[in-house]
Design a protein around this ligand. Structure first.
Ligand code: SAM
Length: 233
């Protein structure tokens, strides 16, 4: 999968590119992730990309021309690739595991990070396929939301997590439902949270690991785990 991030602050993402799971995804070529400076498509030699809002008001607004030129350069034939141009925005639908799964099936994502007051509405109307939020609060820029989205999507790409299938049985994932036998079928349509994990030591300050996990009885362990799956409130 290819992901292009368009930002005014590419340096902010430098260490993210080298960060464990993302680094691995890039190394095994599951992910071709590039960060681009929107100023490279600025309207003048100084790389101007924003202007004051028509009608007055505080803050600066991202102009449409740099975004148009950048999108054309990054995806000259949008119809030929299974691609999506996403604007990270508090106005978008809040990202969830289902959406991350859908996006992980795309060939190409372009993520536009806003900054300042906002973007020219014509970008939203004519150049963007979808707006995605990472929660109902306002951040200063789209960089953290873009990194959140890339992380959530990349770990679902084949071969990225150490153990194949490690992303299948985890919170919000369909694989977790496989663990539930008929008795727990009614949980099927809910958002499910993974069962608890324990590791050595078996006892710490009198806090014990549930004995069933030490029993070696895989049937019983599976049953215990199914029971401990919770519904997200
Ligand atoms: N004036 C805008 C408003 O009221 O909706 C907020 C602009 S915010 C300061 C600057 C940029 O940060 C946005 O354009 C967007 O790209 C990003 N951003 C802020 N909060 C976000 C969120 N919850 N999810 C995704 N992106 C967000």
């Amino acid at each position: 999968m290819k992901i292009d991030i368009l930002t005014l602050f590419p340096d902010f993402l430098t260490s993210f590119l080298e960060w464990s799971m993302i680094k691995k995804a890039r190394e095994i070529k599951a992910l071709d992730l590039k960060v681009h400076n929107l100023r490279d498509w600025g309207i003048d030699e100084r790389g101007t990309v924003d202007d004051t809002p028509y009608g007055g008001g505080p803050g600066m607004i991202l102009r449409i021309e740099p975004v148009y030129k950048a999108l054309l350069a990054l995806n000259p034939k949008p119809q030929t690739l299974n691609s999506k141009t996403i604007f990270l925005s508090p106005r978008g639908k809040v990202l969830n595991q289902k959406k991350a799964g859908q996006l992980s099936k795309k060939e190409h994502l372009i993520l536009l990070c806003g900054h300042y007051e906002g973007i020219d509405e014509r970008i939203r109307r004519h150049l963007i396929d979808e707006e995605i939020s990472i929660g109902n609060y306002v951040l200063s820029g789209g960089e953290l939301p873009a990194m959140t989205l890339v992380d959530a999507v990349s770990r679902l790409l084949p071969g990225v997590l150490e153990k194949e299938g490690a992303s299948e049985i985890e919170s919000f994932s369909p694989g977790l439902k496989k663990l539930l036998n008929d008795k727990y079928k009614m949980l099927n349509e809910q958002l499910l949270l993974e069962y608890p994990h324990y590791t050595r030591p078996p006892k710490f300050k009198g806090w014990k690991v549930p004995p069933v996990l030490l029993s070696g009885n895989h049937g019983k362990i599976k049953e215990w785990r199914a029971k401990k799956v919770k519904i997200k409130k």
